[in-house]
Design a protein around this ligand. Structure first.
Ligand SMILES: [Zn+2]
Length: 207
């Protein structure tokens, strides 16, 4: 199943860790491993990155990449609400977990819509929340982003991918799905039309 991109933006795949500096407004990168620190499997200071980071402004609406069932409507994801040791660098953010055909998609570092409930069925392209600022300190890099993960199954908490350890078995790489999605993604100024279209002809977006 081909995903719909989770943000209504224009996309370019990029391995350049500084591509955000020259990206026009309304554009974002699908970050590519291994050069891009937001890419899947990128090595960080303390762990290996389990998802992909799509940089965007705070408040950007987040939409489901495929239809599915809400597994968790409001999982504490970063900051002190997720771990008492995470207050220095990370703001409090949440994640929404949706079980679909590809697996369990984690929409992380967002403020979920209050209307979401566990067990709720969501259509493709349905809003789940808005992006929050996640990084407390300004290090010259984007501080708000959608952190997107894909898991085979869900055991109740997000496994950490330790440095120099094998990938946790439930974690999958969402990058191929994103690359496929952006090949078919409309340009940003067409998103509104597409949404109107999908309301009229649901099968177009939700086969
Ligand atoms: Zn991330």
């Amino acid at each position: 199943m081909v995903w719909i991109p989770p943000l209504h933006m224009n996309y370019v795949a990029s391995a350049d860790s500084l591509s955000f500096q020259t990206m026009p407004q309304g554009w974002t990168a699908v970050p590519l491993w291994p050069e891009h620190p937001g890419g899947f499997a990128a090595r960080r200071k303390h762990d290996v990155h389990c998802g992909v980071d799509l940089y965007c402004t705070e408040g950007t609406p987040v939409y489901t990449v495929e239809r599915g069932i809400v597994i968790d409507p409001r999982l504490p994801f970063t900051g002190g609400i997720a771990n008492p040791d995470w207050t220095d660098f990370w703001e409090d953010t949440y994640a929404v977990l949706v079980q679909g055909k590809s697996g369990i998609v984690i929409y992380g570092e967002i403020n979920p819509l209050a209307s979401l409930k566990k067990g709720m069925r969501l259509k493709t392209g349905q809003q789940v929340g808005n992006v929050l600022r996640v990084l407390k300190q300004d290090k010259g890099r984007p501080r708000s982003m959608l952190h997107l993960e894909l898991h085979k199954h869900w055991a109740g908490d997000d496994p950490v991918w330790e440095l120099d350890e094998p990938k946790p078995p439930s974690v999958m790489d969402p990058t191929p799905h994103m690359l496929e999605a952006i090949r078919f993604a409309p340009k940003r100024d067409m998103w509104t039309d597409l949404r109107a279209l999908s309301r009229k002809h649901k099968p177009t977006l939700d086969p």
